[in-house]
Design a protein around this ligand. Structure first.
Ligand code: NAI
Length: 256
């Protein structure tokens, strides 16, 4: 068993492509979609790098791992680069996703249209609450979590999204893994234990907020530890103190 306490994606390679490069590919893709929407068909590496927020040497190196070098004096063909990055990320095929936990977060995720346009189909939503099972969310009827194994098999689910309370998350994860799901996106605030061969990505918005708070504090010239708005440092208690102790191991580090 190994845990996902330290994201392994910062180092190592995956299919010959450095994991840090893999982590930046979705950022390039988002920038490329933005350019395509503005009707831009070719882009210089400097322009794409600026749109993605990385330096252009790093961008050129990253794209060279995909066999994409651009044309001197012209740059990259936006549509073709979208295709290349998408193909490398495996986005040219459809990925059936199951969301476990149809509460506030699960509902919001299911209602977000952006996944479908990126090739992720929400195949099913599962919950354990009889008051929620049978209700319709984003065109789907919420199924009981007892149907998890059957749903995974029927829809050939590739990715499981965990949006249940932390107290149930490990049990849900174990069931997903036992059912054959090898990619898990975990929103619950705990570190999941999974066997070798199972990838877990953890999303924690509070970590992102803490990083923003750090930068906001720097910009305002405030002393670390001083309370924003003139508060006193002694007010650092409860949730604040717990947050201050959290190690910051954000995936965003891979995008820097
Ligand atoms: P919620 O209470 O609205 O929804 C949780 C749902 O999970 C409920 O419908 C409940 O019936 C269901 N559930 C509980 N045990 C289950 C089980 N064993 N199998 C199937 N369904 C089960 O909670 P909310 O606000 O949607 O949050 C869900 C999770 O996401 C929590 O762990 C929360 O801490 C986390 N969260 C994480 C965020 C992040 O940035 N990572 C942001 C917001 C929430």
């Amino acid at each position: 068993m190994h845990s996902n306490a330290m994201p392994p994606e910062i180092s190592g390679t995956s299919g010959g492509i450095p994991e840090a490069t893999v982590a930046r590919l979705p950022v390039y893709l988002r920038a490329l979609y933005g350019l395509a929407e503005r009707g831009i068909s070719t882009v210089a590496s400097e322009e794409l790098a600026a749109a993605a927020g990385v330096n252009s040497a790093k961008l050129r190196k990253d794209l060279s791992h995909l066999g994409s070098y651009g044309i001197r004096g012209v740059g990259y063909d936006v549509d073709y680069l979208v295709y290349q990055v998408s193909r490398t990320l495996g986005l040219t095929q459809d990925w059936p996703v199951v969301i476990v936990g149809a509460g506030n977060l699960g509902r919001a995720l299911a209602n977000y249209g952006g996944f479908v346009s990126r090739g992720f189909t929400i195949s099913a939503m599962l919950d354990s609450d009889p008051a929620i099972v049978g209700t319709r969310i984003a065109g789907l009827t919420v199924r009981h979590v007892d149907e998890l194994e059957a749903v995974v098999a029927r829809h050939k689910v590739a990715i499981g999204v965990i949006a249940v309370p932390a107290s149930s998350a490990q049990a849900v994860c174990d069931r997903l893994v036992a059912a054959g799901v090898t990619s898990i996106l975990n929103f619950a605030p705990l570190v999941l234990n999974v066997p070798e061969g199972v990838d877990v990505r953890k999303v924690d918005l509070s970590i992102e907020l803490q990083i923003l708070a750090f930068h906001a504090q720097r910009r305002s010239g405030a002393r670390p530890g001083a309370e924003p708005g003139g508060g006193h440092p002694g007010a650092l208690n409860g949730m604040h103190a717990a947050a201050a102790r959290q190690p910051v191991t954000s995936e965003l580090a891979a995008q820097a």
